[in-house]
Design a binder for this molecule. Structure first.
Ligand SMILES: [Mg+2]
Ligand SMILES: [Zn+2]
Length: 192
């Protein structure tokens, strides 16, 4: 019998769910809840995924912690607020996984490493080939590919098509934003 869980989706956070913080403060990280701005359509997209029965895992690098720009406590508060707002709009994120390290820490969880994906799936078994990772950087595409996911690059964050010639990797799909990506996935796959 098929035991694999098909309905999992991985999302990057900054530039996918919320506005890329580079334009919000000098740190280029969301350092407090007041700096977290949902991107248009993001909450609706998450609700659609939840309605369709997907478990959503957020996989996010937050090196601003290692750099001392904000604390784990601040990050926890940002996350609680984010999840509360998402639940208010009847969406649901199953779990959020962060890497608080920076490059020099050589950890296994900072994307493009796959430690956070493995942590998210601990005890579970999914068919990666049928699972998407949606991110806004080519580094996300790299991470998704390393774990064997299909990758969607959204253009509502760091990347633009103008820079396409410099992309080290080609994403499997490119979509305008999270809602565009989710509508495409649900249409493609049907809702059951
Ligand atoms: Mg991002
Ligand atoms: Zn890490």
């Amino acid at each position: 019998m098929e035991r694999k869980q098909h309905k999992v989706i991985f999302l990057d956070r900054d530039g996918v769910i919320n506005k890329d913080p580079a334009s919000i403060n000098k740190y280029s990280y969301v350092t407090k809840w007041e700096e977290f701005r949902f991107l248009p359509g993001a909450k609706r997209a998450i609700k659609k995924l939840a309605d369709a029965g997907y478990a959503i895992y957020v996989i996010s690098n937050q090196a601003g912690i290692a750099k001392g720009y904000f604390t784990l406590k601040a990050l926890k508060s940002i996350t609680e607020n984010m999840l509360r707002e998402i639940e208010k709009s009847r969406g649901k994120i199953t779990r959020v996984f962060y890497c608080p390290h920076r490059d020099e820490d050589n950890c296994g969880c900072r994307k493009p490493n796959v430690g956070l994906f493995e942590k998210a799936l601990k005890g579970g078994d999914i068919d990666f080939k049928r699972t998407f990772f949606i991110g806004d950087k080519i580094m996300d595409v790299q991470a998704g590919r390393a774990i064997g996911c299909r990758t969607i690059l959204v253009l509502c964050g760091k990347e633009s098509l103008r820079n396409k010639k410099n992309w080290k990797l080609k994403p499997d799909h490119v979509k305008r934003d999270l809602l565009d990506a989710v509508d495409w996935i649900l249409k493609k796959r049907g809702k059951v």
